[in-house]
Design a protein around this ligand. Structure first.
Ligand code: ADP
Ligand code: ADP
Length: 229
């Protein structure tokens, strides 16, 4: 379950400037496909189209053979867990923000997800820390901390499909490695689309697609791509 297909997908934010110029690929059920390429190549646009922040202008995107435009936003987003590049959190507690992934989750499950995402200490400071941590501008967390909350939420949600859009980009190297292990754990057996900057962070992907200027330049496993160079 959870097969993703992009078929000749074309998209432009501005009609005069095509961003995706007819791309096609498949993420088989339970596999991981990584999209890598330089900044501005259109990588995040791919994830935004799958999550339907925008719709394709030509071609189509299907999940289990169904055009995403024929799936209600509610059920599409229930099936997909997205860790975006810039996480925006609700102006509420960290626990609330994590539990949002699965509102029926127990205290224990929330704590476990928080620990896996290396944000467990923050949970422990609540509720005492609540007032000082929630300000007018929302939770006072660093970018990396917010990203860890988003990761904990996704760990708890455990959806069939994952989109990891540079999910560890805001983290320092040591934290990144630990979080990567947690992400590898959640993505195991789930259909996963990883957006990454560097080839070195997606060594284990079943397929790597190199995107440049909205076109697929190369594709293959990490080993295959290295041999071509
Ligand atoms: P990547 O993730 O590979 O860095 P993006 O998919 O974020 O690339 O962006 C591809 C191109 O589309 C970039 O040139 C970017 O400036 C442009 N772009 C992204 N979002 C928008 C938007 N909302 N409106 C107009 N242009 C955008
Ligand atoms: P919900 O789980 O309530 O459906 P959304 O799907 O609206 O939440 O948002 C998921 C994440 O994507 C949030 O972190 C949100 O800030 C971010 N987001 C929302 N709209 C956009 C957009 N147009 N482009 C990129 N990211 C977005």
């Amino acid at each position: 379950d959870g097969v993703i297909r992009f078929e000749n997908v074309k998209f432009a934010y501005d009609p005069k400037r095509p961003i995706l110029k007819g791309i096609g690929f498949e993420v088989p059920a339970g596999k991981t496909v990584a999209i890598v390429g330089p900044s501005g190549a259109g990588k995040s646009t791919i994830s935004r189209l799958l999550y339907r922040f925008y719709d394709v202008q030509e071609g189509r995107i299907t999940v289990d053979g169904q055009d995403v435009r024929d799936i209600t936003q509610k059920s599409l987003r229930a099936a997909i867990g997205m860790v975006p590049q810039d996480t925006v959190l609700f102006n509420d507690t960290i626990a609330y923000n994590i539990r949002y992934g699965r509102t029926g989750a127990s205290e224990e499950e929330v704590r476990k997800a928080a620990e896996m995402a290396q944000i467990g200490d923050f949970i422990k400071t609540l509720p005492e820390g609540y007032d000082s941590m929630v300000g007018e501008r929302g939770l006072k967390l660093s970018g990396g901390e917010k990203q860890r909350v988003a990761i904990a939420r996704t760990i708890l949600k455990a959806p069939p499909i994952l989109i990891l859009d540079e999910a560890t980009s805001a983290l320092d190297t040591a934290t990144e490695q630990e979080i990567q292990a947690a992400l590898d754990f959640v993505s195991e057996g789930r259909t996963t689309l990883v957006i990454a900057h560097r080839l070195s962070t997606v060594i284990n992907a079943d397929e790597i697609i190199v995107l440049r200027d909205g076109e697929i330049q190369e594709r293959g496993t990490h080993g295959e791509l290295l041999n071509q160079r």
